[in-house]
Each structure stands twice: as structure tokens, then as C-alpha cells.
Design a protein. Structure first.
Length: 115
């Protein structure tokens, strides 16, 4: 199973970005899909997660600004990020927990919020 993330980039404060992460390979189904981020000098932290049933958990600091969603038919998870702030700058990693196999991390995509 492989993950392909896309959508990162440079954006001004207040701007928006949409991250996508598609899983490919031999996948029966996926339990949890999530986005983590890691800023320079800091630990990796959970941003948002979504279960196969649609249950969502979002980090307090991004609530109301970030929305996680998934397309089960495409094995893809999205992170819509609005009202971005400089403190959102980080490398964003997707995380996928397929049924019957070990969880997988994506390669990371850089998000930079700066004027």
C-alpha cells in the first residue's frame, strides 16, 4: 500500500489550501485516516482524524478552520484548511490505518503560511 499526498505550498495568512492523500495498492478497507503535522523543532502532532464511519476528531487550535473528509471509493482523505495562520506552517503527513495491515505514513507535504 502506498500513499500519495499533494496540495501543500506557500500561502498568505488568511488563505486556504486543500491537502489530498490517496492510498493505492491492495486495500480491503481503511479504518482511520488522519493528518498530522510537524513544525521545525517540534513533535509531530495530530491535526485531524476521521473514521470509516465518519467520526471526526479535530485539534482544538484548528477547529472551525480545518475540515477533514474522506472518499472511501477513492481511498482518499482530504484536509481543507481555511483562515491559515503562520503557526500552521509545518510539514503535513497523512496517516492511514488499513484493515489487516500496519498503519502507513505518507511522505509529507510542506505548508508554509507567510506574507
Amino acid at each position: 500500500v502506498q500513499l500519495q499526498a499533494s496540495g501543500g505550498g506557500l500561502v498568505q495568512p488568511g488563505g486556504s489550501l486543500r491537502l489530498s492523500c490517496a492510498a493505492s495498492g491492495s486495500i480491503f478497507s481503511i479504518n482511520v485516516m488522519a493528518w498530522y503535522r510537524q513544525a521545525p523543532g517540534k513533535q509531530r502532532e495530530l491535526v485531524a482524524m476521521i473514521t470509516s464511519g465518519g467520526g471526526v476528531n479535530v485539534r482544538d487550535s484548528v477547529k472551525g478552520r480545518f475540515t477533514i473528509s474522506r472518499d472511501n471509493a477513492k481511498n482518499t482523505v482530504y484536509l481543507q484548511m481555511n483562515s491559515l495562520k503562520p503557526e500552521d506552517t509545518a510539514v503535513y503527513f497523512c496517516y492511514v490505518a488499513p484493515v489487516g495491515t500496519s498503519p502507513i505514513w505518507g511522505q509529507g507535504t510542506q505548508v508554509t503560511v507567510s506574507s
